[in-house]
Design a protein around this ligand. Structure first.
Ligand code: SF4
Length: 63
């Protein structure tokens, strides 16, 4: 499973990075980086939480 970021939508709120700090990181300029190309099994719930908390629906999960 991978996390896909729609960069045009992302507003840099960072809620996703709080929900999944091992998977997503927001830098000081509000640029979001996906830290893990593949989501490890034990991070799956955090990845799903990150998708849920994004207020602008900029994240989705792909197989
Ligand atoms: S919560 Fe959504 S808008 Fe905010 S940094 Fe994450 S992907 Fe971007």
């Amino acid at each position: 499973m991978r996390i896909i970021v729609d960069e045009a939508r992302c507003e840099g709120y960072g809620f996703c990075a709080e929900a999944a700090p091992h998977l997503l990181e927001l830098d000081d300029e509000g640029e979001l980086t996906v830290l893990a190309e593949q989501v490890p099994e034990d991070e799956r719930a955090n990845a799903e939480a990150a998708v849920r908390v994004c207020p602008v629906a900029a994240l989705k999960l792909a197989p």
